[in-house]
Design a protein around this ligand. Structure first.
Ligand code: CTP
Length: 136
């Protein structure tokens, strides 16, 4: 059993999200996705259109995802790796090098992002206010 973990907001779920999760799963047998809570997004200076419960439900419904946990702070990664017996930590290349310190605990891999799409771009395109959440 090889367990992979990755983290993200996954707002307005798009094909870049699907591709990175599919490729993350292919690095092992079990994929855990830590989805940022609305409160943690606020700390990060982000706000999602879709609330946490729905973002987590969407990610949990993917065939490549085995488990969803909440991402509630910057410091939980080492304990997540230990608690869930994680072998591989995966992030997109936008985080290149930022999590190398985790290589004391597991393998750390950065995957290429899909070009031309992001939650921010979709928000801009549809003109949605990033500060107004949808209540479902
Ligand atoms: N990701 C990706 N390709 C994209 C967009 C995101 O591979 N085009 C990856 C990110 O690198 C990250 C994960 O998907 O590992 C979750 O990213 P998230 O920040 O939730 O998505 P973005 O679309 O980048 O959101 P934002 O525009 O708010 O930064």
């Amino acid at each position: 059993m090889k367990t992979v973990i990755t983290y993200g907001t996954f707002d307005l779920f798009h094909v870049g999200h699907l591709r990175i999760l599919t490729r993350a799963k292919a690095l092992g047998n079990r994929l855990i996705v830590a989805v940022s809570t609305d409160e943690f997004n606020f700390v990060k200076g982000k706000s999602s259109v879709i609330p946490y419960a729905s973002r987590a439900e969407i990610v949990a419904g993917l065939s490549c995802v085995d488990q969803v946990i909440p991402e509630e702070n910057w410091d939980q990664k080492i304990s997540d790796i230990k608690n869930w017996s994680v072998d591989v930590f995966v992030m997109g290349h936008d985080w290149d090098g930022k999590f190398d310190y985790l290589s004391d605990y597991c393998e750390v891999t950065y995957l290429d992002r899909t070009s031309g799409v992001s939650s921010t771009m979709i928000k801009r395109t549809v003109g949605a206010s990033s500060s107004s959440a949808i209540g479902f």
